[in-house]
Design a protein around this ligand. Structure first.
Ligand code: AMP
Length: 419
């Protein structure tokens, strides 16, 4: 029996993992500068946490969750997104008690049983942040600026930022009523998905990817025309903060996101470098979620971004390939008697912080040289009985082919300098 990875999951292979590490360390660096601290929550939670927060009628909860019953007969679910767990933890650990504004980030795998395609996986990775405790639009602006700064720092500068306000529990019901009655008039001509959504989540009909749906709904009223005074002024505050930060944006009155918990701000960042799965990151405000999950009502705003999508863009602009560099030195043993010295010296140099490699396969000197070449090491030193007796050897610089005589006892200083 030959085993294969599950459809929609992917191995991150040794040749790719350096790119991942580079992205992850950039992401963490930017989060730190914006003063967000990491929070790590479990990969699985009670199923009800997600259905309550994301919304029972959303695609995620309706058809995409990996839900299973454990031996205690409890229904558990692999996390499909990060916010619900963060808010669960915020409430459970009273994080709001110590400070009025809690700024946290996460980075890790998420699980959704979607139809796999390029840029869409069943186990994928997200990083995201939540600012919990502020109702002010400057906080939304900081979250958006943070999202953008991460991409900038990775040299990704071609993207579109769309923003919208999806209203709140005061103004949204009236808009939903108007929209639903308008949608009912054209229901017969809409796609089956959109027809279903009229009753479940009419605002998502406006977000339909179906071209016919789009033209049929082009003239329908938008939420932005129905915002209450508070939501309108919050939205104005966000626009003005983004302008002050010189962040270009486009208002898209049709932007609603696939999760029910959003109030007021919704935003999405799309890449102009990607095909159909072009959403890099999305987020928004969710002022009612904490109360919905049993905590004290606390305004909050956050975002989530896909790492696989980000890597696809990086590959487009920088090309594929390993970015991790190569060992500084390869110690090659010229004869069997010198192998032990090479092994001991390799470990010693590693202990000193030098990136060094030597042979573990008992290969001939010729094969060791080929290996050093294949690994792209920066320098090779061949050590045999002659070198061990004289205490000197010839260090070959693989970058320019030049050799120079070095003291075997001086390797540490030599390479410590290069560090
Ligand atoms: P969401 O949590 O749905 O708002 O998604 C936020 C971001 O996560 C998206 O913009 C994508 O970059 C990424 N993402 C969401 N679902 C997937 C998936 N199935 N596979 C890969 N990336 C995804």
């Amino acid at each position: 029996m030959v085993f294969k990875s599950i459809r929609g999951t992917k191995d991150i292979l040794p040749g790719e993992s350096d790119r991942w590490l580079e992205v992850e360390s950039t992401v963490r660096r930017v989060f730190r500068r914006f003063n967000y601290k990491e929070i790590r929550t479990p990969l699985f939670e009670q199923t009800a946490l997600f259905s309550r927060s994301i919304g029972a009628l959303t695609d995620i909860v309706g058809k995409e969750m990996y839900t299973f019953t454990d031996r205690g007969e409890e229904s558990l679910t692999l996390r499909p997104e990060g916010t619900a767990s963060v808010i669960r933890s915020y409430i459970q650990n009273n994080l709001g008690e110590a400070q009025p504004l809690v700024k946290v980030y996460y980075l890790g795998p998420m699980f959704r049983q979607e139809r796999p395609q390029a840029g869409r996986l069943r186990q994928f990775h997200q990083f995201g942040a939540e600012a919990i405790g502020s109702p002010r639009p400057e906080t939304d602006a900081e979250i958006i600026a943070l999202t953008i700064q991460i991409y900038r720092e990775l040299s990704i500068t071609r993207y579109d930022l769309k923003i919208n306000s999806v209203g709140c529990e005061r103004c949204r019901p009236r808009y939903r009523e108007v929209l639903t009655s308008e949608l009912r008039k054209i229901a017969g001509s809409l796609s089956p998905d959109s027809q279903r959504r009229i009753a479940e989540n009419p605002m998502r009909v406006l977000d339909s990817k179906d071209e016919k749906d789009q033209s049929l709904t082009a003239q329908l009223p938008l939420i932005t025309d129905y915002l209450c005074e508070e939501c309108r002024s919050h939205f104005e505050g966000l626009k003005s903060a983004l302008a002050a930060l010189r962040i270009p944006f486009r208002i898209d009155g049709r932007l609603v996101r696939g999760l029910d918990y959003y109030t007021k701000t919704a935003f999405e960042l799309t890449s102009t470098e990607l095909g159909s799965q072009d959403a890099l990151a999305g987020g928004g405000r969710y002022d009612l979620l904490t109360a919905e999950l049993g905590g004290k009502q606390t305004p909050a705003v956050g975002f989530a971004a896909g790492i696989e999508r980000l890597l696809m863009v990086l590959e487009k602009i920088k090309g594929a390939g390993d970015t991790g560099g190569q060992p500084a030195l390869y110690l090659a043993a010229a004869d069997a008697e010198s192998r032990e010295w090479v092994l001991a010296q390799t470990m010693e140099l590693r202990g000193e912080g030098v990136w060094v490699e030597s042979d573990l396969l008992g290969r001939s000197l010729k094969a060791q040289m080929r290996d050093a070449d294949r690994q792209g090491v920066r320098a090779v030193l061949v050590v045999g009985q002659k070198e061990l007796q004289s205490g000197k050897g010839s260090l070959k610089n693989m970058m320019n082919g030049e050799s120079k005589e070095v003291q075997l006892s001086a390797l540490q200083q030599l390479f410590a300098k290069a560090l």
